[in-house]
Design a binder for this molecule. Sequence first.
Ligand code: UDP
Length: 330
Amino acid sequence: MNHPETILVTGGGGYIGSVNAAALLQQGRRVIVVDNFERGHREAVPPRAVIETCDLRDEAALNRVFEAHRVDAVMHFGAYAYVGESMTRAEEYFHNNFIGGYHLLNAMRRHGVQRIVFSSTCATYGEVDNVPIDETQPTNPINPYGRSKLAFELLIRSYEEAYGIRHAILRYFNAAGAALEQGEDHDPETHLIPLVLFTALGKREAVSIFGTDYDTPDGTCIRDYIHVSDLADAHLRALEYIKQESITCNLGTEQGYSVLEVIQAARAVTGHPIPVREAPRRPGDPPRLIASARKAQRLLDWKPRYVDIQEIIHTAWQWFLAHPDGYKRK
Ligand code: UDP
């Protein structure tokens, strides 16, 4: 009889990591969550997961975690993930996202763990003329966040060549929405959909629109918003797929929505007016990011269930109505 697989999930207290941890448990896997809870939340970790409070930058502590548990594979979400913040804090971004990842890969190697699913990003592409973006596009990240993620992608590839560690590099577009038990709770919150919904809740006076003079139909930036549960579905498939071979693929819906369209959709979902104010561009923001997700569809047999932005926003809205203060007061 096969024993249940044990998956070590870094950043399992974070938004996307916690939803994935829950999905793994649902499938009968054992889950070890590794998180320093600097930005993640203990309350977000599903109750059946084992928690190891550990910082990826602390190599010795990370090795102790691998010594304490027999790990079959890793899902790696733990990282700093704010484009804007990364512009002035390059050192911290590379330390956490690259050096932390380096320690993780070394610990895997030392303990014979041969599979990693890595939470990468469309920010690795940078400004791309051709949308939708497929995986053959050159990677030219324009901010330290994207560069730190791309640097770790290169390391992962090298560790496959040298040590046979298989990988799924999953480049997500804009993760959005909420699962039933888990949703977004960032501090500080900088993401568009939560800020729009905070404004609908009356917690903020207005939403700032960062730039209205982009070369897009309404002048605001266009993004491809992918539901967090659809991301989790793709991760589970990738974990199986890489038993055969490594894969790099985008995860998105192939639909682009401008900042103004997101706000309009949120008005429709919430029934609130949601005032806006125009603000300068945010440094580091590419004008347009839309995925071609055909590779994931083909190789992972994956298809997002949520394609309508209103539906995605609706799940986030339900989460914020039920958890107006995030995880702090459940
Ligand atoms: N954005 C905005 N106002 C905000 C937050 C974000 O206009 O208060 C814009 C941002 O410039 C980007 C888009 O919304 O074009 C999505 O930003 P978010 O931070 O949610 O995700 P990112 O694309 O940076 O990963």
